[in-house]
Write a protein that binds this ligand. Structure first.
Ligand SMILES: Nc1ncnc2c1ncn2[C@@H]1O[C@H](COP(=O)(O)OP(=O)(O)OP(=O)(O)O)[C@@H](O)[C@H]1O
Length: 263
């Protein structure tokens, strides 16, 4: 379990009208083993914030603490160290998966980044990871293009989990999937979080979907957090007009009945 704390984080970007704060003094906290949902429309700064946490985007001001320790991402060694504790899954699984590697190869590679495993150990770990994300072991010898979008996203999840991170950042991971597949992947994410005791930053633009997996939800607009509350409170009594707009503008997500097959 990993704790994350972000204090007064500011990231500046340059757009057509000059420099602006894409993330503007954001503070947030994720307690170990809990999920913080981050919701907001396109361009509100969610991905920039995620990128800053893992050192992909330079920070102008503020601090990022993982388990109380300030994150450093300057050297390869720093980034490797951080990667052991924090993993990211993005909207498009194709960016995470090498098209020439089978599922087995991709998972075995990730599983051995920080751990030595012999041949039998690798096979066992691959089977375990596929089972964890609800995929049939028979898919192990397929290439990414031989899988559906939902299956590819599950492989990307398994790959991130292979290094046993304490914190998972999921950035719009269901947005590119068919609506019928989204609910099933969301349920898997929620189960994984609970089973593994993961801490999670779950980013999305669909408020009901984000609420489905989150303990607390932060609403982001124009680089700022405009409201943050426990999920139940936010749904029952949204305080900010923008949160109310987000709640009214999306269809309610259908949750598949228990036992429904993973698409
Ligand atoms: N590499 C970049 N260079 C300059 N500006 C950027 C860059 N990436 C993002 N931006 C700008 O920063 C702002 C925040 O973008 P960001 O992608 O973080 O938002 P988002 O909420 O994640 O949206 P989306 O869901 O569409 O990814 C936007 O105005 C965007 O145009």
């Amino acid at each position: 379990m990993t704790a994350l704390r972000v204090d007064g984080l500011t990231v500046r970007r340059t757009g057509p009208r000059g420099s602006f704060a894409a993330v503007d003094g954001v503070s947030l906290e994720i307690a170990p083993g809990t999920t913080l949902g981050l919701v907001g429309e396109s361009g509100s700064g969610k991905s920039t914030l995620a990128g800053a946490i893992v050192g992909l985007v330079p920070v102008r001001a503020g601090r990022i603490l993982v388990d109380g320790e300030e994150v450093r991402t300057r050297t390869v060694r720093d980034r490797r160290r951080l990667g052991r504790r924090v993993q990211v899954v993005l909207q498009d699984p194709d960016t995470a998966l090498d098209p020439r590697m089978t599922v087995r190869q991709a998972l075995a590679e990730a599983a051995t980044v920080f751990r030595r495993l012999d041949r039998a150990g690798r096979a066992e770990r691959v089977a375990e990871l596929l089972d964890l994300v609800g995929l049939d072991g028979r898919l192990a010898d397929r290439l990414p293009r031989q899988l559906s979008g939902g299956q590819r996203q599950r492989v990307a999840l398994a790959r991130a989990l292979a290094v046993e991170p304490g914190l998972l950042i999921a950035d719009e991971i269901t947005s590119a999937l068919d609506v019928s597949v989204q609910a099933s992947v969301l349920n898997t994410v929620r189960r994984l979080q609970q089973e593994l005791g993961l801490s999670m930053l779950f980013i999305g633009h669909n408020l009901p979907a984000v609420c489905h997996v989150s303990d607390t939800v932060a609403v982001m607009r124009n680089g700022r957090i405009v409201e943050s509350a426990p999920t139940g409170t936010l749904l029952r009594a949204p305080a900010h007009p923008y949160t109310r707009t987000l709640l009214e503008s999306v269809p309610v997500l259908r949750t598949p009945p228990a036992g429904e097959k993973n698409p």
